[in-house]
Design a protein around this ligand. Sequence first.
Ligand SMILES: [Zn+2]
Length: 360
Amino acid sequence: MRGFMSRLWLGNHFLSALLRFLLVAIPISGCVTIAEHAKPGSLPLFDAHTHLNHDMTAEMLIKWMDQAGVKRMALMPRYYGDDGKGTDEQAAGYVRRYPERFIAFIAGQRSGLWRPSAWTTEDAPDIRGEEGWLLISGHRFLTEAESKLRSGKYSGLGEFIIHHYGYNRLVPTTDQSVSGDLELPVDTPLMFKIVDLAARYDMPVVIHAEAEPQTREQMRRLLDRSPKTRIIWEHNCGRESAVQIADFLKTYPNLTCGLGQMAVPMINPYGYGTGWPAGRSKHITVVQYNDGRINRKMRALFEAFPDRFIIGTDIAHPFQYSRYGDMIDAFRRLLSQLKPETARKIGYENAERLFMRTQK
Ligand SMILES: [Zn+2]
Protein backbone atom coordinates (compact mmCIF):
# COMPACT_ATOMS: atom_id res chain seq x y z
CA MET A 1 0.00 0.00 0.00
CA ARG A 2 2.72 2.29 1.01
CA GLY A 3 4.69 1.44 -2.16
CA PHE A 4 1.59 2.09 -4.26
CA MET A 5 1.02 5.42 -2.55
CA SER A 6 4.59 6.48 -3.09
CA ARG A 7 4.41 5.39 -6.75
CA LEU A 8 1.18 7.37 -7.08
CA TRP A 9 2.80 10.37 -5.43
CA LEU A 10 5.83 9.97 -7.62
CA GLY A 11 3.54 9.64 -10.64
CA ASN A 12 1.61 12.77 -9.72
CA HIS A 13 4.81 14.56 -8.94
CA PHE A 14 6.22 13.57 -12.31
CA LEU A 15 3.03 14.59 -14.12
CA SER A 16 2.89 17.99 -12.47
CA ALA A 17 6.60 18.51 -13.18
CA LEU A 18 5.99 17.54 -16.82
CA LEU A 19 3.03 19.89 -17.00
CA ARG A 20 5.11 22.71 -15.55
CA PHE A 21 7.87 21.95 -18.05
CA LEU A 22 5.45 21.95 -20.98
CA LEU A 23 3.76 25.15 -19.88
CA VAL A 24 7.09 26.86 -19.71
CA ALA A 25 8.89 25.11 -22.53
CA ILE A 26 6.34 25.31 -25.33
CA PRO A 27 6.33 29.10 -25.65
CA ILE A 28 10.11 29.27 -25.36
CA SER A 29 10.81 26.71 -28.01
CA GLY A 30 7.80 27.38 -30.20
CA CYS A 31 7.04 31.05 -30.34
CA VAL A 32 9.47 33.88 -30.48
CA THR A 33 13.08 33.46 -31.41
CA ILE A 34 15.65 36.21 -31.79
CA ALA A 35 15.64 37.44 -35.38
CA GLU A 36 18.84 38.03 -37.32
CA HIS A 37 18.44 41.81 -37.10
CA ALA A 38 18.18 41.70 -33.28
CA LYS A 39 21.14 39.36 -32.59
CA PRO A 40 24.19 40.78 -30.78
CA GLY A 41 26.25 40.71 -33.99
CA SER A 42 23.74 42.94 -35.79
CA LEU A 43 22.37 45.07 -32.98
CA PRO A 44 24.48 46.52 -30.15
CA LEU A 45 22.16 47.82 -27.41
CA PHE A 46 22.05 50.89 -25.18
CA ASP A 47 20.70 49.83 -21.78
CA ALA A 48 19.29 53.20 -20.81
CA HIS A 49 17.90 52.22 -17.41
CA THR A 50 20.10 50.39 -14.91
CA HIS A 51 20.45 51.23 -11.24
CA LEU A 52 23.74 51.35 -9.40
CA ASN A 53 24.15 49.69 -5.99
CA HIS A 54 27.33 49.81 -3.88
CA ASP A 55 28.19 46.16 -4.67
CA MET A 56 28.05 46.50 -8.49
CA THR A 57 31.60 46.94 -9.71
CA ALA A 58 32.34 48.48 -13.08
CA GLU A 59 34.10 45.29 -14.18
CA MET A 60 31.12 43.13 -13.22
CA LEU A 61 28.79 45.37 -15.24
CA ILE A 62 31.13 45.33 -18.25
CA LYS A 63 31.25 41.53 -18.11
CA TRP A 64 27.43 41.38 -18.21
CA MET A 65 27.35 43.88 -21.05
CA ASP A 66 29.99 42.06 -23.11
CA GLN A 67 28.22 38.73 -22.67
CA ALA A 68 24.88 40.23 -23.71
CA GLY A 69 26.08 42.48 -26.55
CA VAL A 70 25.32 45.75 -24.75
CA LYS A 71 27.48 48.66 -25.85
CA ARG A 72 26.47 51.31 -23.34
CA MET A 73 24.70 51.46 -19.98
CA ALA A 74 23.05 54.31 -18.04
CA LEU A 75 23.75 54.16 -14.30
CA MET A 76 21.10 55.56 -11.96
CA PRO A 77 22.41 55.26 -8.40
CA ARG A 78 20.16 54.01 -5.62
CA TYR A 79 21.14 55.79 -2.42
CA TYR A 80 18.63 53.78 -0.36
CA GLY A 81 20.10 52.18 2.74
CA ASP A 82 18.98 48.60 1.96
CA ASP A 83 20.54 46.78 -0.99
CA GLY A 84 21.33 50.12 -2.67
CA LYS A 85 23.91 52.44 -1.12
CA GLY A 86 25.10 53.57 -4.53
CA THR A 87 26.27 57.14 -5.09
CA ASP A 88 26.51 59.67 -7.90
CA GLU A 89 30.27 59.83 -7.38
CA GLN A 90 30.51 56.05 -7.85
CA ALA A 91 28.63 56.35 -11.17
CA ALA A 92 30.78 59.28 -12.31
CA GLY A 93 33.90 57.28 -11.38
CA TYR A 94 32.81 54.42 -13.66
CA VAL A 95 32.29 56.89 -16.50
CA ARG A 96 35.75 58.35 -15.94
CA ARG A 97 37.31 54.88 -16.16
CA TYR A 98 35.13 53.55 -18.98
CA PRO A 99 33.77 56.54 -20.93
CA GLU A 100 32.75 54.36 -23.87
CA ARG A 101 30.59 52.06 -21.74
CA PHE A 102 28.73 54.10 -19.12
CA ILE A 103 26.82 57.31 -18.59
CA ALA A 104 26.06 58.60 -15.08
CA PHE A 105 22.88 60.07 -13.66
CA ILE A 106 22.35 62.34 -10.68
CA ALA A 107 20.20 60.03 -8.59
CA GLY A 108 16.57 60.65 -7.81
CA GLN A 109 16.42 57.69 -5.44
CA ARG A 110 17.59 59.61 -2.40
CA SER A 111 16.53 58.90 1.16
CA GLY A 112 14.09 61.63 2.03
CA LEU A 113 12.66 62.22 -1.43
CA TRP A 114 9.91 59.77 -0.58
CA ARG A 115 8.56 62.36 1.89
CA PRO A 116 5.70 64.39 0.40
CA SER A 117 6.99 67.46 2.26
CA ALA A 118 10.29 67.32 0.31
CA TRP A 119 8.30 67.89 -2.88
CA THR A 120 5.60 70.22 -1.73
CA THR A 121 7.21 72.39 0.97
CA GLU A 122 9.82 74.85 -0.27
CA ASP A 123 11.77 75.05 2.99
CA ALA A 124 11.44 71.52 4.42
CA PRO A 125 14.64 70.83 6.37
CA ASP A 126 17.06 67.88 6.14
CA ILE A 127 16.40 65.54 9.03
CA ARG A 128 18.19 62.54 10.49
CA GLY A 129 16.10 59.41 10.09
CA GLU A 130 16.33 56.25 12.17
CA GLU A 131 19.79 54.69 12.11
CA GLY A 132 21.28 58.09 11.32
CA TRP A 133 20.30 58.24 7.65
CA LEU A 134 20.13 61.73 6.28
CA LEU A 135 16.68 62.39 4.88
CA ILE A 136 17.54 64.93 2.25
CA SER A 137 15.42 68.03 1.68
CA GLY A 138 14.34 69.31 -1.71
CA HIS A 139 16.50 72.38 -1.23
CA ARG A 140 19.63 70.34 -0.52
CA PHE A 141 18.92 68.05 -3.47
CA LEU A 142 18.68 71.00 -5.85
CA THR A 143 21.87 72.59 -4.52
CA GLU A 144 23.81 69.34 -4.88
CA ALA A 145 22.31 68.60 -8.29
CA GLU A 146 23.25 71.98 -9.68
CA SER A 147 26.88 71.69 -8.63
CA LYS A 148 27.03 68.17 -10.10
CA LEU A 149 25.49 69.38 -13.35
CA ARG A 150 28.10 72.12 -13.53
CA SER A 151 30.86 69.48 -13.22
CA GLY A 152 29.95 68.08 -16.65
CA LYS A 153 30.24 64.50 -15.38
CA TYR A 154 26.55 63.62 -15.61
CA SER A 155 24.13 62.91 -18.44
CA GLY A 156 20.73 63.15 -16.75
CA LEU A 157 18.67 63.33 -13.56
CA GLY A 158 16.63 60.50 -12.05
CA GLU A 159 14.99 58.13 -11.65
CA PHE A 160 12.47 60.10 -9.58
CA ILE A 161 10.05 57.68 -7.95
CA ILE A 162 6.74 59.52 -7.79
CA HIS A 163 3.90 57.04 -8.14
CA HIS A 164 5.14 53.51 -7.57
CA TYR A 165 3.69 50.13 -6.68
CA GLY A 166 6.02 48.74 -4.04
CA TYR A 167 7.44 45.24 -4.07
CA ASN A 168 9.73 45.38 -1.02
CA ARG A 169 8.15 42.36 0.62
CA LEU A 170 8.78 40.22 -2.45
CA VAL A 171 12.50 41.08 -2.53
CA PRO A 172 14.19 40.03 0.71
CA THR A 173 17.19 42.37 0.32
CA THR A 174 15.02 45.51 0.46
CA ASP A 175 13.61 47.30 3.51
CA GLN A 176 10.91 44.98 4.84
CA SER A 177 9.46 47.56 7.20
CA VAL A 178 7.76 49.44 4.37
CA SER A 179 5.81 48.28 1.32
CA GLY A 180 7.60 50.55 -1.14
CA ASP A 181 4.28 52.01 -2.30
CA LEU A 182 4.48 55.69 -3.07
CA GLU A 183 1.94 58.12 -4.42
CA LEU A 184 3.28 61.66 -4.59
CA PRO A 185 1.89 64.33 -6.86
CA VAL A 186 3.97 64.88 -10.02
CA ASP A 187 3.34 68.59 -10.44
CA THR A 188 5.02 69.91 -7.29
CA PRO A 189 7.27 72.93 -6.62
CA LEU A 190 10.35 70.69 -6.34
CA MET A 191 9.62 68.84 -9.59
CA PHE A 192 9.14 72.15 -11.39
CA LYS A 193 12.53 73.32 -10.12
CA ILE A 194 14.16 70.03 -11.15
CA VAL A 195 12.84 70.18 -14.71
CA ASP A 196 13.76 73.88 -15.01
CA LEU A 197 17.29 73.12 -13.78
CA ALA A 198 17.52 70.22 -16.25
CA ALA A 199 16.40 72.51 -19.08
CA ARG A 200 19.14 75.02 -18.21
CA TYR A 201 21.76 72.28 -18.52
CA ASP A 202 19.99 70.50 -21.39
CA MET A 203 19.71 67.26 -19.42
CA PRO A 204 16.93 64.67 -19.60
CA VAL A 205 14.85 63.86 -16.49
CA VAL A 206 13.68 60.29 -15.80
CA ILE A 207 10.38 59.85 -13.96
CA HIS A 208 8.57 56.78 -12.62
CA ALA A 209 4.86 57.61 -12.43
CA GLU A 210 2.19 54.96 -12.88
CA ALA A 211 -0.37 56.38 -15.28
CA GLU A 212 -3.39 56.17 -13.04
CA PRO A 213 -5.93 58.80 -14.17
CA GLN A 214 -4.93 61.40 -11.58
CA THR A 215 -1.19 60.90 -12.08
CA ARG A 216 -1.61 61.00 -15.85
CA GLU A 217 -3.23 64.43 -15.60
CA GLN A 218 -0.43 65.61 -13.31
CA MET A 219 2.11 64.42 -15.90
CA ARG A 220 0.17 66.38 -18.49
CA ARG A 221 0.43 69.53 -16.37
CA LEU A 222 4.18 68.99 -15.90
CA LEU A 223 4.70 68.51 -19.64
CA ASP A 224 2.48 71.51 -20.47
CA ARG A 225 4.64 73.86 -18.41
CA SER A 226 8.02 72.33 -19.30
CA PRO A 227 8.34 72.20 -23.09
CA LYS A 228 12.09 72.80 -22.92
CA THR A 229 12.94 69.80 -20.72
CA ARG A 230 13.47 66.40 -22.28
CA ILE A 231 11.38 64.12 -20.07
CA ILE A 232 11.70 60.34 -20.08
CA TRP A 233 8.53 58.81 -18.65
CA GLU A 234 9.63 55.36 -17.62
CA HIS A 235 8.01 51.96 -17.92
CA ASN A 236 6.36 52.76 -21.23
CA CYS A 237 4.96 56.11 -20.10
CA GLY A 238 3.56 54.69 -16.89
CA ARG A 239 2.37 51.39 -18.45
CA GLU A 240 -0.36 53.30 -20.22
CA SER A 241 -2.46 52.04 -23.14
CA ALA A 242 -1.17 52.48 -26.71
CA VAL A 243 -3.93 55.00 -27.47
CA GLN A 244 -3.06 57.22 -24.51
CA ILE A 245 0.68 57.02 -25.19
CA ALA A 246 0.13 58.04 -28.81
CA ASP A 247 -1.86 61.05 -27.60
CA PHE A 248 0.96 62.10 -25.24
CA LEU A 249 3.67 61.61 -27.87
CA LYS A 250 1.75 63.68 -30.42
CA THR A 251 1.11 66.47 -27.92
CA TYR A 252 4.58 66.65 -26.32
CA PRO A 253 7.58 66.44 -28.66
CA ASN A 254 9.94 66.60 -25.64
CA LEU A 255 8.60 63.29 -24.25
CA THR A 256 10.30 59.89 -24.60
CA CYS A 257 8.86 56.63 -23.23
CA GLY A 258 11.42 54.46 -21.47
CA LEU A 259 10.78 50.73 -21.74
CA GLY A 260 12.58 49.94 -18.43
CA GLN A 261 11.82 46.33 -17.47
CA MET A 262 8.88 46.12 -19.89
CA ALA A 263 10.33 43.07 -21.68
CA VAL A 264 9.65 39.69 -20.11
CA PRO A 265 12.54 37.34 -19.34
CA MET A 266 11.91 33.65 -20.02
CA ILE A 267 11.75 30.66 -17.65
CA ASN A 268 10.92 32.73 -14.57
CA PRO A 269 9.23 35.89 -15.82
CA TYR A 270 9.33 38.87 -13.49
CA GLY A 271 9.04 42.62 -13.55
CA TYR A 272 6.80 45.32 -14.95
CA GLY A 273 6.55 43.56 -18.29
CA THR A 274 4.46 40.78 -16.75
CA GLY A 275 1.72 43.23 -15.81
CA TRP A 276 2.68 43.18 -12.14
CA PRO A 277 0.99 44.06 -9.84
CA ALA A 278 -2.02 42.76 -11.72
CA GLY A 279 -5.26 43.31 -9.90
CA ARG A 280 -4.24 46.53 -8.17
CA SER A 281 -4.85 48.74 -11.13
CA LYS A 282 -6.75 48.88 -14.39
CA HIS A 283 -4.29 51.13 -16.21
CA ILE A 284 -1.52 48.55 -16.67
CA THR A 285 -0.92 47.52 -20.27
CA VAL A 286 1.72 44.92 -21.07
CA VAL A 287 4.14 45.37 -23.96
CA GLN A 288 5.26 41.76 -24.25
CA TYR A 289 3.41 38.63 -23.15
CA ASN A 290 5.10 35.98 -21.04
CA ASP A 291 5.58 33.76 -24.11
CA GLY A 292 7.63 36.49 -25.79
CA ARG A 293 5.01 37.81 -28.22
CA ILE A 294 4.64 41.55 -28.53
CA ASN A 295 1.29 43.25 -27.86
CA ARG A 296 0.12 44.08 -31.40
CA LYS A 297 -1.13 47.53 -30.41
CA MET A 298 2.26 48.32 -28.91
CA ARG A 299 4.01 47.11 -32.05
CA ALA A 300 1.88 49.53 -34.10
CA LEU A 301 2.72 52.30 -31.61
CA PHE A 302 6.48 51.63 -31.79
CA GLU A 303 6.37 51.61 -35.59
CA ALA A 304 4.35 54.86 -35.62
CA PHE A 305 6.78 56.62 -33.22
CA PRO A 306 10.11 54.84 -33.78
CA ASP A 307 12.14 57.81 -32.46
CA ARG A 308 10.35 58.07 -29.11
CA PHE A 309 11.20 54.87 -27.18
CA ILE A 310 14.35 53.59 -25.46
CA ILE A 311 15.04 50.29 -23.66
CA GLY A 312 16.42 49.42 -20.23
CA THR A 313 16.82 46.36 -18.04
CA ASP A 314 16.08 48.21 -14.77
CA ILE A 315 18.45 45.95 -12.83
CA ALA A 316 18.10 47.22 -9.26
CA HIS A 317 18.45 44.32 -6.79
CA PRO A 318 20.92 41.47 -6.23
CA PHE A 319 18.44 38.76 -7.27
CA GLN A 320 18.47 40.28 -10.76
CA TYR A 321 22.25 40.32 -11.21
CA SER A 322 22.43 36.78 -12.58
CA ARG A 323 19.52 37.53 -14.91
CA TYR A 324 21.00 40.40 -16.87
CA GLY A 325 21.44 38.24 -19.97
CA ASP A 326 17.84 36.96 -19.68
CA MET A 327 16.53 40.51 -19.59
CA ILE A 328 18.60 41.59 -22.59
CA ASP A 329 17.46 38.49 -24.52
CA ALA A 330 13.87 39.48 -23.69
CA PHE A 331 14.48 42.86 -25.31
CA ARG A 332 16.10 41.18 -28.30
CA ARG A 333 12.97 39.01 -28.64
CA LEU A 334 10.81 42.13 -28.43
CA LEU A 335 12.91 44.00 -31.01
CA SER A 336 12.82 40.93 -33.26
CA GLN A 337 9.14 41.66 -33.86
CA LEU A 338 9.80 45.20 -35.12
CA LYS A 339 11.21 46.39 -38.44
CA PRO A 340 15.02 46.29 -38.39
CA GLU A 341 15.31 50.09 -38.61
CA THR A 342 12.82 50.53 -35.73
CA ALA A 343 14.70 47.95 -33.65
CA ARG A 344 17.94 49.83 -34.25
CA LYS A 345 16.43 53.14 -33.17
CA ILE A 346 14.71 51.81 -30.04
CA GLY A 347 17.55 49.47 -29.11
CA TYR A 348 20.35 51.98 -29.48
CA GLU A 349 20.12 55.13 -31.59
CA ASN A 350 17.40 57.00 -29.68
CA ALA A 351 19.28 56.71 -26.38
CA GLU A 352 22.53 57.69 -28.08
CA ARG A 353 20.83 60.83 -29.41
CA LEU A 354 19.17 61.64 -26.05
CA PHE A 355 22.19 61.22 -23.82
CA MET A 356 25.44 61.48 -25.70
CA ARG A 357 25.01 65.03 -26.97
CA THR A 358 25.33 66.31 -23.41
CA GLN A 359 28.30 64.19 -22.34
CA LYS A 360 31.60 65.99 -22.06
ZN1 LIG B 1 11.09 52.83 -12.32
